[in-house]
Design a protein around this ligand. Structure first.
Ligand code: SD4
Length: 295
């Protein structure tokens, strides 16, 4: 049995490619790298890779994370500029003995030395979004009232291969107009992603500042370990964090998750309506689903 699940409709093309590879016996790590790269390379996804929206200095700073559920190795990069595929750099870092999580210029130096492809990641379209946003801020007398980011679409994918190995990967440009150097949940193990081949894997998308407060990906895997179904674990983790944040602040940021158990069943939960995700398995052709919020 193999299976793969990914956040948002934008995972479809990548998952479709990966599905062919997985059915031919390719590993979860390879399949994920192929799938996430596909999303990173597509210029019209505004929150991942090439075409991702910039920070307040009009620079595209990218974050990515990767975890191998067999040996629990992790690789991650944050705030990396001008490299085409942060997921490949994160995956390569997971093979290092230490120095597994690199940021900014350190990550760029490593990527350069390791021969990863350089690319200017700021597109003309992203520049237009940036200048429109500046205009909007000038119009609104209190720029602070503008939401940092509307909508969210980090790509996170979890995958089980035919050898029963489970891996997970994330890639994002983070929040539009973030402060230079700001890092969200996506490259943080336990928050944006977690995988353990003996249990399952989970990955998150939404407001990183809130997601990381609940270590939500680890929490989902932990709940599965305690015997919950993958679906119950996702719902429990999202509801618990959402309620807690609302109790403290009166409001909670967007939190959406997808997960896989070791049999390849998926789980999903979100505190917003209209969260879309993609699932494919040995038995299911790549399919896009959209969640509705349960009251
Ligand atoms: C972050 N979780 O950097 C990411 C944002 C996200 O689409 O999901 N963006 O906080």
């Amino acid at each position: 049995m193999w299976a793969i699940v990914g956040t948002w409709r934008m995972a479809l093309e990548g998952i479709t490619k990966a599905a062919g590879e997985l059915s031919a016996g390719r590993s979860a790590g390879d399949a994920l790298e192929i799938a996430v790269k596909e999303t990173e390379d597509y210029p019209y996804f505004k929150s991942v890779g090439y075409g991702g929206l910039p920070n307040e200095n009009m620079e595209v700073e990218l974050d990515a994370g990767y975890m191998d559920g067999d040996d629990l190795t992790v690789g991650a990069v944050a705030g990396i500029k001008d490299f085409a595929n942060p997921i490949s750099i994160a995956r390569r870092l997971s093979l290092e003995k230490c120095n597994n999580f690199l940021v900014g210029t350190g990550a760029e130096a490593y990527a350069s030395k390791s021969g990863f492809e350089r690319k200017t990641m700021l597109t003309q379209r992203a520049k237009i979004h940036y200048y429109n946003r500046l205009k909007q801020e000038q119009k609104e007398s209190k720029a602070a009232n503008l939401k940092p980011y509307i909508g969210h679409d980090t790509v996170g994918m979890a995958c089980l291969d035919q050898a029963q190995k489970i891996c997970v990967a994330t890639s994002t440009s983070g929040l539009f107009m973030k402060r230079p150097g700001r890092v969200g949940d996506s490259p943080l193990v336990g928050s944006g992603f977690y995988a353990d081949s003996t249990i399952g894997a989970a990955t998150a998308t939404g407001l990183g500042e809130d997601i990381m407060k609940g270590l939500i990906s680890y929490e989902i895997v932990r709940c599965m370990e305690e015997g919950m179904s993958v679906q119950a674990a996702c719902e429990m983790a999202v509801n618990k964090l959402d309620l807690r944040l609302k109790k403290i602040n009166g409001t909670a940021g967007d939190i959406s998750v997808v997960a896989l158990d070791k049999k390849g069943n998926f789980g999903v939960a979100s505190n917003i309506s209209g969260f879309s995700f993609v699932y494919a398995s040995e038995k299911t052709a790549p399919t896009v689903y959209v969640t509705e919020l349960k009251e």
